[in-house]
Design a protein around this ligand. Structure first.
Ligand code: FAD
Length: 240
C-alpha cells in the first residue's frame, strides 16, 4: 500500500557489491515518484528503533524504472534491512534531499568520497553522463582496501566510455600493489586536499560534492577550504 508520504517497495534483487555492502533493487508499488539524482529515502522498519527510520541515498539514476539502495552492513538498523530477502516489502519515505548539482553553474564537478558515500554520487555521475554532460567530472574515492571499492566495475566502465570522467582511487590500509587499477590512477595513502586541487581541471569554477562519514566530510571540507576553494562551491552530505 502507498500513502501520500510513504512508499511500499518490493525487493526484486539483492546483490553483493563488496563483502559487507549489498544493493537492494526495489520496485515501488504504484507510480514511482520522480527524484533528483543525489536524493535519498528514509527506510522505516516496524518495531525497530529509531521509529523515524534511517536514510539511504538512491544509487540508481532517475531514468531507471526501479530504485536501488546500496547499504553497508554496520549496526542494528542496516543489518535489519539487509536481513530482508527478494520478495519482501519495505516501507520508505518519498525521495528528498538537497545534495545535487546545478550543472550550468560550474565549469566542472568533483566528487570527494569516502567509502559508502559513493551511493548518491553514483546516481549523479550516471545521470550526468546519461544526459551527455561534457564538462570535466573528477572522482576522488577513498577506501581501506581494493575489495572495499563499491561500484568499481561500473565506475571504471563509465570512465573508459566517457573521456571527461576521471577517477583517482585512494587505498589507505593495503600495501602498494602497483600504480593503476584498471587504468585508473591509484594512491596508496590518505586523500589530501593538495592532491585534489592539483588534479581538478578548472579548479576555481568547479563545484565539489563531498560525501562519506561525518568526520571524513568535515575534514575534507576544512582542508579544501584551507586550500582556497570557496565555501559556496563545497556541498556536503555526511552519513550518520
Ligand atoms: C542523507 C544520508 C544518506 C545515507 N545514505 C546511505 C547509503 O546510501 N548507504 C549506507 O549504507 N548508509 C547510508 N547512510 C547511513 C545510514 O543512514 C545509517 O546511519 C547506517 O546504515 C548505520 O546505521 P546502523 O544502525 O546500521 O549502524 P549504527 O549502529 O548507527 O552504527 C554502527 C557504527 O558505525 C559507525 N558509523 C555509522 N555510519 C558510519 C559511516 N558512514 N562511516 C563510518 N562509521 C559509521 C557508528 O558511529 C557506529 O559506531 C546515510 C545517512 C544519511 C544521513
Amino acid at each position: 500500500m502507498q500513502s501520500n508520504s510513504t512508499l511500499s517497495c518490493t525487493i526484486l534483487e539483492k546483490r553483493n557489491e563488496t563483502p559487507n555492502v549489498f544493493s537492494l533493487v526495489l520496485r515501488v508499488e504504484g507510480e514511482r515518484p520522480p527524484f533528483l539524482a543525489g536524493q535519498y529515502l528514509t527506510v522505516r522498519l516496524p518495531h525497530f528503533e529509531p521509529v523515524e527510520g534511517k536514510s539511504y541515498s538512491i544509487a540508481s539514476t532517475p531514468r531507471e524504472k526501479n530504485i536501488t539502495l546500496t547499504i553497508k552492513e554496520m549496526g542494528g538498523f542496516s543489518r535489519a534491512i539487509l536481513a530482508h530477502e527478494v520478495g519482501d516489502t519495505i516501507t520508505t519515505s518519498l525521495p528528498y534531499g538537497f545534495f545535487y548539482p546545478e550543472p550550468d553553474e560550474s565549469s566542472g564537478l568533483a566528487f570527494v568520497i569516502g567509502g559508502i558515500g559513493i551511493t548518491p554520487c553514483m546516481s549523479i555521475i550516471g545521470d550526468l553522463l546519461e544526459h551527455d554532460y561534457q564538462k570535466p567530472i573528477t572522482l576522488f574515492y577513498s577506501n581501506r582496501t581494493q575489495a572495499d571499492i563499491v561500484f568499481k566495475n561500473a565506475l571504471d566502465t563509465l570512465a573508459q566510455k566517457h573521456s571527461n570522467f576521471k577517477i583517482h582511487y585512494f587505498i589507505t590500509r593495503e600495501p602498494i600493489q602497483g600504480r593503476a587499477l584498471n587504468g585508473q590512477s591509484v594512491t596508496y595513502d590518505r586523500m589530501t586536499a593538495d592532491f585534489i586541487t592539483a588534479n581538478t581541471p578548472n579548479l576555481h569554477e568547479t563545484d565539489f560534492f563531498l560525501c562519506g562519514s561525518i568526520d571524513f566530510t568535515k575534514d575534507m571540507w576544512k582542508s579544501l577550504k584551507t586550500e582556497g576553494i570557496e565555501h559556496t562551491r563545497l556541498f556536503t552530505e555526511g552519513f550518520f
